[in-house]
Design a protein around this ligand. Structure first.
Ligand code: NAP
Length: 307
């Protein structure tokens, strides 16, 4: 029986863990398949306060983890399969640990890469299709790559990929980018990046072994063409990791956990949500960390009130 179980090891989960451990609540932190969350898949972080020079995402996460360990936080690898939040203590079924009990739970399971759901995509993951430029960019030295998307991630990934690839083409479904001005300007100023606006990806083309191109439809004319590429990087956003909570807790139509505004309270007293799993708007490492601290404080108050 744990006082608090924290699900996830991104900035939200790790910040919760630090706060809870310092409040002597001896949290258990469950580490899922995407350890460290999205920060561990990113390159330089320039906007997390406290670092006057850029810090690499994985290093930032590792530092948070060491900080949590210093206060004695217990980490276990494990994926939550089912939860029973209908009575207290809450029950969690974890693949590696079996049933565990918790007085309160903080859900900070983050979000995973969105897929296009087009032919050729799944079967070519790892054969030219990637959801992580930081992880796979190295394999595309002197090759042609395409980045799909028009947000900050697409800008960041295309800029990063110019370190390796001979050509980087951004393919976006509209005429206008969604990305912030500074990220747009950085990408637009990079000579290695070219742009295909108003194209919808319809198929990943391969020779049976590896990716050779992307079939796109011109949204004005309806005509289809194949853009040659050795690598295709998806940067089209993320989906909150809440599948195991379907029907258990209030979730909106896109899968984000609903919290009471200004708090981390879900509709179930004692269950709190922090980070990208409940945030469709800000989705920053620092906001995730901020809501992580809020969840720890909310959990502490809940435990105190329900002694
Ligand atoms: P995002 O802002 O949601 O952008 C997703 C992009 O993918 C959009 O341009 C969208 O097109 C496109 N898209 C979505 N579904 C698609 C589909 N099925 N087919 C084709 N295109 C599709 O996601 P993000 O870029 O990952 O950014 C998420 C959040 O993280 C944002 O708040 C962002 O500011 C932040 N972020 C910040 C940094 C940084 O500051 N260093 C870096 C990365 C991310 P539409 O525009 O037409 O909707």
């Amino acid at each position: 029986m744990y006082k608090v179980v924290v699900l996830g090891t991104g900035p939200a989960g790790l910040t919760s863990a630090i706060y809870l451990a310092r409040a002597n609540l001896e949290p258990l932190v469950l580490e899922g398949p995407e350890s460290g969350g999205q920060l561990s898949l990113t390159t330089e972080v320039e906007n997390f306060p406290g670092f006057s020079d850029p810090i690499m995402g994985p290093e930032l996460i590792e530092t948070m983890r060491s900080q949590a360990k210093r206060f004695g936080v217990q980490f276990e690898r494990g994926l939550v399969k089912r939860v029973d939040f209908s009575k207290r203590p809450f029950q969690l079924n974890v693949d590696s640990l079996g049933e565990i009990l918790a007085e309160s739970v903080i859900i900070s399971t983050g979000a995973s890469a969105r897929m296009l759901q087009i032919p050729g995509e799944r079967e070519n993951l790892g054969r030219g299709v990637s959801t992580c430029a930081t992880c796979d960019g190295f394999f595309f030295r002197d090759k042609k790559v395409i980045v799909i998307g028009g947000g900050d991630s697409a800008m960041e990934e295309s800029t990063f990929l110019t370190k390796f690839a001979s050509e980087v083409r951004v393919v976006h479904r509209r005429n206008e980018l969604r990305a912030s001005k500074i990220m747009q300007e950085r990408a637009k100023g990079n000579q290695k990046i070219s742009w295909s606006f108003n194209y919808t990806p319809v198929e990943i083309v391969s020779d049976g072994k590896k990716v050779t191109g992307l079939k796109v439809r011109n949204n004005d004319t309806g005509e289809k063409e194949i853009l040659e590429a050795d690598g295709i990087f998806l940067a089209i956003g993320h989906i909150p990791n809440t599948e195991f909570l379907q029907g258990v807790i209030d979730i909106d139509k896109d899968g984000y956990i609903t919290v009471e505004p200004g708090t981390t309270n879900t509709n179930i007293p004692g269950v709190f949500a922090a980070g990208d799993v409940q945030d469709r708007k800000y989705r920053q490492a620092v906001t995730a960390a901020g809501t992580g601290s809020m969840a720890a404080i909310d959990a502490e108050k809940f435990i105190e009130a329900n002694k």
